[in-house]
Design a protein around this ligand. Structure first.
Ligand code: ZN
Ligand code: ZN
Ligand code: ZN
Length: 375
């Protein structure tokens, strides 16, 4: 990602996002939000500094005040080029000045502030020194749904990222699997995602045979053999918005048991998808998928939550998990990705990104969910 911003959003879009964030902070009892370089800052302003550094950059959103970006003087020209820059004031500071004092001047002395999850401890401690009576909450804890509901333009970008991931699957299913290392197929996935427009690849899981039983396995030296089930799970960012899809393929003809387990996961994925509609709690999506697997006697082999939100990052709230009572809202985007993992043998996972519509859900991945036989 470069310091420049995508043309998709205007200063007015960013102004509206910052205003909403300040309103939500107020409603949550916070005196303001402190947003460090990272996905929250990109979403709120379009500004992505090349890297977070020991020089403080922070967006200050305080209800009733104009948004302000505290930025090192030498980075101010870049920040001024961000698409959201017209919607905020730049407060630059030069080396030798105390950036925490510059920031503290914008804040209530005894306020409680939401801080983006990835802010450096160095910077938070500096602020605490400048405002000893202040207190802080992690942004994801305080406003978990801030970025969850996507607008029309964002949904178009999400759909385009999903289509690019689908095009990647359509090509990878035609390459040779048997006799090659997982890492080689993973490299193919990386290249295909980039060829289909991804500027960032976050993961290219190729988990063959017994490795498929470990949901955290990425890709290694194992040579894929005929008879292997292979879990493929890949995604990243395309035009700043995320893709994430899983399909499980088989090298050569599968056994009856492999087909049966794959059919089971497919039915669970379908049930999770069909549970999606506005007002339904996130946990209901998890329950719907999990019930199918539990009823078939594999409940203890489905060892992770059913899904996670996705947007300007590939993993974020809302989470489709027991205990999450957040109701679904049109425009939310998240994965539905049940799996069954048989230790020492194989695993199956099927994953689509789904967005909530006015009357149900719409899949942003739509390659076949039948078991694909590869060479
Ligand atoms: Zn097999
Ligand atoms: Zn995935
Ligand atoms: Zn996922």
């Amino acid at each position: 990602m470069t310091a420049s911003t995508r043309a998709s959003f205007t200063a007015d879009d960013y102004r509206a996002r910052m205003a909403r964030a300040a309103r939500e902070a107020d409603a949550a009892g916070l005196a303001g939000l402190l947003v460090a370089p990272g996905p929250d800052l990109v979403w709120l302003t379009g500004y992505a500094p090349p890297a977070a550094t020991e020089r403080l950059t922070v967006l200050v959103l305080v209800p009733g005040q104009d948004p302000a970006l505290v930025v090192p003087t030498l980075e101010a020209p870049d920040a001024a080029k961000a698409a959201g820059a017209p919607a905020l004031s730049l407060r630059d500071w030069t080396d030798g000045k105390d950036p925490y004092a510059v920031t503290a001047a914008l804040l209530a002395a005894a306020g409680r502030f939401g801080v983006s999850d990835n802010a450096w401890a160095l910077h938070l401690l500096g602020l605490q020194r400048a405002l000893p009576d202040s207190s802080y909450a992690a942004l994801t804890d305080a406003l978990p749904m801030l970025r969850a509901v996507k607008d029309t333009a964002e949904l178009e970008l999400m759909a385009a990222a999903g289509a690019a991931a689908d095009a990647t699957f359509e090509e990878i299913r035609t390459v040779a699997f048997g006799g090659r290392r997982e890492s080689e197929v993973a490299a193919d996935l990386d290249a295909l995602l980039r060829r289909h427009g991804h500027e960032q690849v976050d993961f290219t899981i190729v988990a063959s045979g017994p490795n498929g039983a470990n949901p955290h396995h990425e890709a290694g030296d194992r040579v894929i053999e005929r008879g292997d089930m292979v879990v493929l799970d890949f995604g990243g960012l395309r035009d700043g918005y995320g893709s994430d899809t899983s399909r499980t393929v088989h090298v050569g003809e599968p056994t009856d048991e492999e087909r049966r387990v794959h059919d089971l996961v497919r039915a669970a994925q379908q049930a999770g998808y069909e549970a999606v509609r506005p007002g339904v709690a996130c946990q209901e999506v998890d329950r719907a998928a999990r019930a199918v697997i539990a009823d078939a006697g594999y409940g203890d082999r489905f060892i992770h939550r059913t899904g996670h939100g996705i947007g300007v990052t590939t993993h974020e709230p809302p989470y489709m998990i027991e205990g999450e009572e957040q109701p679904l809202v049109p425009g939310m985007c998240f994965s539905v990705e049940p799996g069954v993992y048989l230790p020492g043998r194989f695993g199956v996972r099927i994953e689509d990104i789904v967005t909530v519509t006015e009357d149900g859900g719409r899949r942003l991945n739509d390659t076949t969910r039948e078991l694909v036989v590869v060479d």
